[in-house]
Design a protein. Structure first.
Length: 266
C-alpha cells in the first residue's frame, strides 16, 4: 500500500551486500565464509546469471562443480531427447512400462552365440552405441544430475550405475553328462533403468499366498509328491486397499462358535 517491497527473503546480509556489487560492476565476489551453493541459490532467487564471467571466488573447485552441473543438465536433456526417449517410446509401444538401457561405446561389438546366449536377462535390455554418452555417465556427479532430470520429468524407479555386459563368447566348457557352460567376455558399461508405471503395486484382487507348512495335511498333495513350499493355503489375504471396506463385527459371546471359522465376508 505504501509502495514498499520485500526483496531477498532468506538471503543473508553478507551475500546480499556482495550481490549488490553486481548492479555496479557486473561482478560478484564470493565473500569469505560463504559457500558457492549458497551464493548460487541467492543468484537463482534474484534471477542473476551464474557464469564464470559473473562470479569470482577463490574456491575454483566449487565454482567448476556448479558450472559442470549446469553443463551436465543441458547435455543430458539433449541426450534424453535424441537417444533415450526413442527407446522408451519403443518399449511403451510394445506394452512395457519400464526400460533398461545399456550404454556401449561406438567400438563395442556384441556377438552372442544363438545356441548359447547369455543367461542373465540381457536379451531384455536395449542398447545405445555412443561413446559420448558413455563418457558422460562415467562421472557419479553426472549420473546424479541425470537422475534429478528424470525425476523432474515424472519417471520412477530410476537407477543409474555401472554393470557388466556380455559382448562375445570366449569359450565353452563341456562337462560330462551336463549342459555346456558358456563363458562370455564382460565389459563394464553404464546403464539406466526407469519406469513410467502409474498404478505400481496396486491390486484390487484377492491374492492367494504360498506359505510353508510344517506338515502335509492334504492327502492329494501328499500323494502327488508336491513340495511343501509349493502348497497353496486357500485363505485369501485382503490387500491394503480392501481393508478400509471390510465390515467390523462385534465380538460374539457364544463360546460354541469355532474360533478358526472363516469370516464369510472374506
Amino acid at each position: 500500500e505504501k509502495g514498499e517491497y520485500e526483496v531477498a527473503e532468506g538471503i543473508g546480509s553478507t551475500v546480499f551486500r556482495a550481490i549488490l556489487d553486481y548492479y555496479k560492476t557486473g561482478i560478484i565476489r564470493c565473500p569469505d565464509g560463504i559457500s558457492i551453493p549458497e551464493l548460487r541459490e541467492a543468484c537463482d532467487y534474484l534471477c542473476i546469471s551464474f557464469e564464470y564471467s559473473t562470479i569470482k571466488c577463490r574456491d575454483l573447485s566449487a565454482l567448476m562443480h556448479e558450472l559442470s552441473n549446469d553443463g551436465a543438465r543441458r547435455q543430458f536433456e539433449f541426450y534424453l531427447e535424441e537417444m533415450i526417449l526413442p527407446l522408451m517410446v519403443a518399449s511403451a509401444q510394445s506394452g512395457e512400462r519400464e526400460c533398461h538401457i545399456v550404454v556401449l561405446t561406438d567400438d563395442d561389438v556384441v556377438d552372442w552365440d544363438e545356441e548359447y546366449p547369455p543367461q542373465m536377462g540381457e536379451e531384455y535390455s536395449q542398447i545405445i552405441y555412443s561413446t559420448k554418452l558413455y563418457r558422460f555417465f562415467k562421472y557419479i556427479e553426472n549420473r546424479d544430475v541425470a537422475k534429478s532430470v528424470l525425476k523432474e520429468r515424472g519417471l520412477k524407479k530410476i537407477r543409474l550405475g555401472i554393470e557388466g555386459y556380455p559382448t562375445y563368447k570366449e569359450k565353452v566348457k563341456k562337462r560330462p553328462g551336463g549342459r555346456p557352460e558358456v563363458i562370455y567376455n564382460y565389459v563394464q558399461r553404464p546403464f539406466i533403468r526407469m519406469s513410467w508405471e502409474k498404478e505400481e503395486g496396486k491390486s484390487r484382487h484377492v491374492d492367494f499366498q504360498c506359505v510353508k507348512s510344517k506338515s502335509i495335511t492334504n492327502l492329494a498333495a501328499a500323494a502327488a509328491d508336491i513340495p511343501q513350499d509349493q502348497l497353496v493355503v486357500m485363505h485369501p489375504t485382503p490387500q491394503v486397499d480392501e481393508l478400509d471396506i471390510l465390515p467390523i463385527h462385534p465380538p460374539s459371546g457364544n463360546s460354541d462358535l469355532d474360533p478358526d471359522a472363516q469370516n464369510p465376508m472374506l
